[in-house]
Design a protein around this ligand. Structure first.
Ligand code: NI
Length: 268
């Protein structure tokens, strides 16, 4: 068998770091373990491990093992930081620390990626070998109308291809946009870039341009380009390329047209 890892497994572990001492061992793995003892942050650590399937178990690694390590190693480290004088934990410092501790504790399994989800709208991740560079993603929303239509095709063919999306006067979607960037965190704030600047750039280049617009009729980008979710994602990726300061790289753009349909464009 090849020595090179040929399979990846990712496990989400949810916990309330500050509740570690008040509710040790209480099991509620769907909400969080330990669960929040009152109003307090609940975070998710997504641990990705690379390796091989063991023929005796059919597993790469037992997910209980990952859960135990995160709760034994990462949760106390985060609880310590919450108790310390650090008013706001910088994601750079935190991820580097957690990656090192969890990675060491998981050996001989190889942890390849560690993602810290701090809310449904924002996550940070460290990828093996890329530290001290980390990645940050944030979700944004915009609402827009569009019509899918190709004027070179017959009305019947357009109907057949696009169905209801070919409606003459268009229809609307509540789009979700995720922007993923990477960079070396600032040693003081732990952030790749100030969050206000990040939001300002996305607002300026995307949200203010497309929000509450009819993409075909109001936006020159789509005057001749069919505003499919694929084309919208590609246009947004192109717009966001090169807008960040030196040292910050656009990694990927994801656009959800509906909760069931998402398109991702990644840097080459
Ligand atoms: Ni549509």
């Amino acid at each position: 068998m090849s020595k090179k890892p040929d399979i990846l497994l990712t496990r989400d572990v949810r916990f309330a770091p500050a509740a570690l001492e008040s509710a040790p061992g209480e099991a509620n793995n769907f909400a969080a373990n330990p669960p929040p003892n009152g109003v307090m942050p609940v975070v998710t650590l997504a641990v990705q491990v690379a390796g091989h399937i063991h023929t005796d178990t059919g597993m790469l690694v037992n997910i209980k093992h990952i859960d135990q390590i995160v709760r034994r190693v990462a949760a106390p480290a985060m609880a310590d930081m919450l108790r310390s004088d650090i008013q706001s934990i910088g994601p750079g410092l935190l991820l580097a620390e957690l990656f090192q501790r969890c990675g060491a504790a998981l050996q001989p399994y190889v942890m390849t990626n560690l993602m810290l989800k701090i809310s449904p709208w924002m996550y940070f991740q460290a990828h093996g070998g890329e530290l001290p560079m980390i990645q940050m993603a944030q979700k944004f929303e915009f609402s827009a109308a569009h019509r899918l239509h190709n004027p070179e095709l017959s009305p019947e063919k357009n109907q057949e291809l696009f169905g209801k999306c070919n409606n003459l006067n268009g229809h609307g979607h509540n789009y979700e946009l995720e922007v993923l960037i990477s960079g070396q965190p600032d040693p003081h704030s732990g952030q790749i870039m100030p969050l206000a600047n990040f939001q300002r750039l996305v607002n300026e280049h995307v949200i203010d341009v497309f929000d509450h617009k009819h993409l075909n009729m109001d936006c020159p980008e789509f005057s001749t380009l069919n505003p499919t979710v694929e084309n919208i994602a590609r246009v947004i990726f192109t717009k966001m390329q090169g807008v960040f300061a030196t040292g910050v790289k656009l990694v990927a753009i994801k656009v959800w047209e509906t909760p069931k349909t998402c398109c991702e464009v990644r840097a080459g």
